[in-house]
Design a protein around this ligand. Structure first.
Ligand code: PMP
Ligand code: GLU
Length: 397
């Protein structure tokens, strides 16, 4: 029996695969420490869970409009005004089953076969695969660590083709934690306007930024760039709601209508109960977001300090998200108990097998010399997991 070229042309999400492996080992009683998936370890705040329970009790359990209930769209519009100084109407909002579906909708709605999307590298694992699923071509542009992984107009110019349709901007970035400044965003915006391109602005980590960093939405830089920008956001990271599966987009009404049509056939509405929970998250008290951010901030400093003292590893200071994207190039080529560490895939596999620590190798992010550690886990786990990592590295010859 035939499997489509489309399905054969993509890989599984390595972040989800590693997370599933770590969770399975744990359920089998293995003492594994997971730095794998980017998922807050906190419980969803209580007032949000209460809203979901109320929705169940009130029988809010039926189909809703495909792109989300009007109250939630209204709350999303209000969030954009409050947090990003962006004015949208409900007709510009589509609520989906996670920001991942929002991104899938976008690529389905803007790409024809062979159209190209520029993706700054290192990138979040799903961007190239989602572009391919929509029969597009991901054009992954390598941005150097020494330049802070920054996508510049000069880099963009090198990769522009007559088929280029869009640029992905992910600030703060998964996996690097890069946060673009207003000036840098202006340069990308000017380039997009000049070359008639869409901007896909994935802002899912906007609330998780540290020190004096400031998050700016590229859409807020002027009316012209706003029209070309599709803002992607969701409740997974800011409100510890990964399992609820609610994300959303804001875009021009024609594009929103196109994505709504796609979603109406692909999945219908996002879960009705989760929509009520997301409504409580966006329109309720925001103190919980800040409390979680402060905890992440403490973990970031601790983990970063430890990593940069370890042999063979180095990591710049991420300004946002909850990952350390660690250069492990110097560990490659070394020997662990008679086995050569050929690459970071091997490194991650040996670390899991012998020290029961799960990390994500960089290949899936387009940066094979790196590994990603998520510090969205307890301080106790971080401390014990880093002890193990250090012991592992000290064994290398
Ligand atoms: N964008 C980025 C950069 C992410 O890290 C994630 C996390 N999975 C998503 C989008 C999707 O998040 P979700 O589907 O849980 O809303
Ligand atoms: N975004 C998270 C990560 O990068 C969750 C897993 C996923 O959706 O890929 O780990």
């Amino acid at each position: 029996m035939k499997i489509s070229r489309r399905a054969l042309g993509i890989s599984s999400s390595p972040t989800l695969t590693i997370d599933a492996r770590a969770k399975q080992l744990k359920s089998e009683g293995v003492d594994v420490i997971g730095f794998g998936a980017g998922e807050p370890d906190f419980d969803t705040p209580e007032h949000i869970r209460d809203a979901a329970m109320a929705a169940i009790r009130e029988g809010f359990t039926r189909y809703t409009p495909a792109g989300g209930i009007p109250e939630l769209k209204e709350a999303v519009c209000h969030k954009f005004k409050r947090d990003n100084n962006l004015r949208y109407s409900k007709a510009q909002i589509v609520v989906s089953n996670g920001a991942k579906q929002s991104l899938a909708n976008i690529f389905m709605a803007i790409l024809d076969a062979g159209d190209e999307v520029i993706i700054p590298t290192p990138y979040w694992v799903s961007y190239p695969e989602l572009v391919k699923l929509a029969d597009g071509i991901p054009v992954c542009i390598e941005a150097a660590e020494k330049d802070g992984y920054m996508l510049t107009a000069a880099l963009l110019k090198k990769h522009l083709s007559p088929r280029t349709r869009a640029i992905v901007v992910n600030s703060p970035s998964n996996p690097t934690g890069l946060l673009y400044t207003q000036e840098e965003l202006f340069a990308i915006a000017a380039y997009a306007i000049k070359n008639n391109l869409w901007i896909i602005s994935d802002e899912i980590y906007e609330k998780l930024i540290y020190d004096d960093a400031e998050h700016i939405s590229i859409a807020s830089l002027g009316e012209e760039i706003k029209k070309r920008t599709i803002v992607v956001n969701g409740v997974s990271k800011a409100y510890a709601m990964t399992g609820w599966r609610i994300g959303y987009t804001a875009s021009e009404p024609e594009l929103a209508a196109a994505m709504d049509r796609i979603q109406s056939h692909a999945t219908s509405n996002p879960n009705s109960i989760a929509q009520k929970a997301a409504l409580a998250a966006l329109s309720g008290p925001q103190q919980c977001v800040e409390e979680m951010r402060q905890v992440f901030s403490g973990r970031r400093s601790y983990a970063l300090g430890r990593i940069n003292k370890m042999p063979y590893l180095s990591c710049g200071t991420p300004e946002g998200a909850f990952y350390l994207f660690v250069n492990a190039g110097q560990a490659c080529g070394r020997n662990f108990r008679g086995t050569t560490i050929t690459d970071t895939d091997k490194l991650a596999a040996l670390l899991l097998e012998h020290y029961r620590v799960a990390i994500v190798p960089g290949r899936g992010f387009g940066a094979p010399e790196y590994v990603r550690l998520s510090y969205a886990t307890s301080m106790e786990n971080i401390s014990a997991g880093l002890d193990r990592l250090e012991d592992f590295l000290r064994e290398l010859q």
